[in-house]
Design a protein around this ligand. Structure first.
Ligand SMILES: Nc1ncnc2c1ncn2[C@@H]1O[C@H](COP(=O)(O)OP(=O)(O)O)[C@@H](O)[C@H]1O
Ligand SMILES: [Mg+2]
Length: 251
């Protein structure tokens, strides 16, 4: 079964065309990395898969259903640049529970608390369950977000630059957790990253995106200079080009 299938997907945001004619098939169990400069439409692409944005043209299916009809428990999401104010007075467990209910709850049931605890355990963070968010390091917070996305045992996980702000050790750990979840549950992973090394180490295939698809294939096929150069140097594109090799620049 295809986890994700798009045909000629196009998206307009206001006046500008964020994505043009994206056609791709992603099989269940695949790990796909998405590379592309800032403003390339990467986050927009994930938002379409989440059903947050409606395509302006073309077709999108998640597990052979439209994104808004698919069982929300099947999809886990780790958002970009944590918009959450770290001083927000909440505990790690409460953040995990928001992933299960899509909202903050006043009172958490015993069953939810147990599910959150299981998810935290999965990412080796059960000791952080009662830690206020303000007292978590960047890497710890990232793990909590991962636990939040895994709490309902999703079949498809969408991650938007998840390693931003984590040190190298934390990052290695993070990907190990992700890989182990994927293998255990045959989960499909789509991850936006600026880090070429991470993409070639973890992804089965790499999607090079800049408003349109510049390449979609194995890391060896897509991360050749020619393919990346054309995607990253396209005229009228964004001036702020990240350094792919170091993963610097995470705007
Ligand atoms: N809500 C919006 N309205 C209009 N333009 C938007 C909106 N969100 C993003 N954009 C624009 O769409 C383009 C793609 O954005 P985005 O998907 O966030 O890029 P990326 O994640 O690759 O950096 C950018 O030029 C951005 O400025
Ligand atoms: Mg983005």
């Amino acid at each position: 079964m295809h986890a994700v299938h798009t045909q000629n997907l196009s998206i307009f945001l206001g006046e500008s065309q964020a994505l043009t004619n994206i056609s791709c098939c992603i099989k269940e169990g695949e790990f796909v990395a998405i590379l592309g400069p800032n403003g390339a439409g990467k986050s927009t692409f994930l938002k379409v898969l989440l059903g947050v944005l409606e395509p302006s043209g073309g077709n999108v299916q998640i597990f052979e259903q439209s994104p808004r009809k698919v069982n929300p428990e099947w999809i886990g999401y780790v958002p970009q640049a944590k918009t959450l104010d770290r001083n927000f007075p909440a505990l790690a467990t409460e953040l995990v529970v928001t992933g299960m209910h899509r909202t903050w709850l006043r009172r958490i049931s015993g069953a939810d608390r147990a599910a959150a605890r299981d998810a935290l355990k999965m990412v080796g963070a059960d000791h952080l369950a009662n830690r206020p968010l303000s007292k978590l390091s960047g890497g710890e917070l990232q793990r909590i977000y991962l636990a939040r996305s895994l709490a309902r045992k999703p079949r498809l996980i969408l991650l938007d630059e998840p390693a931003t702000g984590i040190d190298t050790v934390g990052e290695t750990d993070f990907y190990r957790l992700l890989d182990s979840y994927r293998h255990k549950h045959n989960a499909t992973i789509l991850m936006i990253t600026h880090n070429q090394e991470v993409a070639s180490q973890h992804a089965d295939r790499v999607m090079v995106l800049n408003r349109r698809l510049f390449g979609f294939g194995t890391p060896a096929e897509t991360m050749c200079d020619e393919c990346l150069h054309s995607a990253y140097s396209t005229e009228n594109q964004n001036s702020n080009i990240p350094d792919l090799r170091t993963g610097a620049n995470h705007a």
